[in-house]
Write a protein that binds this ligand. Structure first.
Ligand SMILES: [Zn+2]
Ligand SMILES: [Zn+2]
Length: 262
């Protein structure tokens, strides 16, 4: 059941080995994914425990799973995150517990540690069919039907029996589940008028584009698996970091920053 994590790790390792601007970020992300996989495995392998879906009940287990991730970030992370990880390794646990609970109730894409550790937790909830409890989220078709999380990335893939050239799915930033979404619609505000929706891409990344909306000025990255089936949307979003810089320069805000903060 670790195939999801292995796939992301494999893709990050491969891209980190290539030349290009995001090489260091990808090498770090590959380490982070390994730590997330370990956390996920620790939940799965825990005897006499299954998650309740209410983080207040589960938080001690979640927090106790974090040490490996903190060590990896302290060792391999960018300077500021490494320092923060080091501090958390030696601090009282209460601050981290509070951060986890805050994130769970009301997620923010700038809470790196909470998001990193709650992704494998929420994914385990999704896989065990344990409904998440205690999240104050808006809901609606533009957020994850399982946990209410924001979309991290959009992707196109062919589905059998479908007449369209590719179906569009969104991938949840919290539980990493995917859900089907209409193709020509802003994933942030629901804008449907084609004149308000722009697609931008650079020859450097043939299968990746910026899907931007001129009504709400938000964007999300779109990964086209019908063009390149070996891509992993979560990782390819990071790989194409230069497109994020381009979008930001042109006044667009990402719906949800990825773990690297882009
Ligand atoms: Zn979700
Ligand atoms: Zn919009």
């Amino acid at each position: 059941m670790s195939t999801f994590w292995d796939k992301q790790i494999e893709r990050a390792d491969l891209l980190a080995g290539q030349s290009g601007g995001s090489k260091d970020l990808l090498a770090f992300y590959a380490q982070l994914l390994r730590a997330q996989k370990e956390i996920y495995e620790s939940f799965r392998g825990r005897t006499h425990w299954s998650p309740s879906g209410d983080l207040e009940n589960d938080v001690s287990v979640v927090q106790s799973s974090m040490a490996g991730l903190l060590e990896r970030v302290a060792r391999n992370g960018p300077e500021s995150l490494a320092a923060e990880a080091e501090a958390l390794l030696h601090s009282q646990s209460n601050a981290m517990v509070q951060e986890l609970l805050n994130y769970w109730r009301s997620p923010s894409d700038t809470q790196f540690f909470a998001k990193s550790v709650l992704q494998p937790y929420a994914r385990w909830l999704a896989e065990t069919g344990t409904a998440p409890v205690g999240r104050e989220l808006a809901g609606g078709e533009r957020t994850c039907p399982f946990c209410g999380g924001e979309p991290q990335v959009s992707f196109l893939q062919s589905r059998e029996g479908s007449a369209e050239s590719g179906n569009r799915d969104l991938l949840c930033a919290t539980c990493l589940s995917t859900w089907e979404f209409r193709r020509v619609v802003c994933a942030s505000c629901g804008e449907e008028r084609p004149a308000k929706l722009g697609y931008f891409h650079s020859p450097e990344f043939d299968h990746i584009r910026i899907e931007a909306c001129d009504s709400c000025k938000h964007y999300i990255k779109g990964i086209d698996l019908t063009r390149f089936g070996l891509a992993a949307p979560l990782v390819d979003d990071l790989y194409s970091a230069s497109l994020d810089l381009w979008a930001r320069e042109h006044g667009y805000t990402k719906i949800e920053l990825n773990l690297i903060g882009l």
